[in-house]
Design a protein around this ligand. Structure first.
Ligand code: IMP
Ligand code: MG
Length: 173
């Protein structure tokens, strides 16, 4: 069965404005300090590429990919790192960049993992927050939009690897 793009939640214009706003908040937080930005693949790559161009300090960029297994209604599911960062985060300010936080399972694992490597600070920036789905409490330092519990695609987000290229964010039927 074909899935259908339903309602458009955020247009390309909405997204651009929000990314600028987030960039300003991040800039005023870090001032001139260097940042190690970690893009969580694959979904966050579009947001990351927009966001880092709003940042004024030195940005060191790396990528990480993790997957969670098991029933997502159980908070004890396991997470596996599929692709690790190459950069050494010890003593550095890390900004984790996510497309969307859903249950929070993947991200809570990543945050702990980065902290254990001795980062000076670990902050989280997510473009979207599906708050009511959260199983694990995650401190979100920079947030774009809170959204309802609907499956969305576009702006990097996929359904079965499709729709990542849409310049807007839409609800999938
Ligand atoms: P979590 O561990 O449950 O928070 O999983 C978050 C990840 O699930 C995100 O980084 C996305 O890759 C994916 N995800 C969650 N909700 C959606 C959605 O509505 N559309 C597309 N991907 C989603
Ligand atoms: Mg993701």
């Amino acid at each position: 069965m074909e899935n259908k793009i339903n309602e458009i939640l955020f247009s390309a214009e909405d997204i651009a404005l929000k990314v600028k706003e987030l960039g300003e908040k991040i800039n005023s937080h870090y001032k001139t300090e260097d940042i190690v930005a970690i893009c969580i693949l694959k979904g966050s790559f579009v947001f990351t590429s927009d966001l880092i161009r709003e940042l004024k300090g030195n940005v060191y960029l790396d990528f990480m990919s993790a997957s969670s297994y098991g029933n997502d209604t159980v908070s004890s599911g396991t997470v596996k790192i599929k692709k690790d960062i190459d950069v050494d985060v010890k003593g550095r300010n890390v900004l984790i960049i996510e497309d969307i936080i859903d249950t929070g399972l993947t991200l809570s694992y990543i945050i702990e993992n980065i902290k254990e490597r001795g980062a000076k600070s670990v902050k989280v920036c997510t473009f979207l927050d599906k708050k009511e789905r959260r199983n694990i409490d995650i401190p979100i330092d920079f947030k774009g939009y809170e959204i309802e519990d609907k499956f969305i695609v576009g702006y990097g987000l996929d359904y079965a690897e499709k729709y990542r290229n849409l310049p807007y964010i839409a609800v999938l039927d």
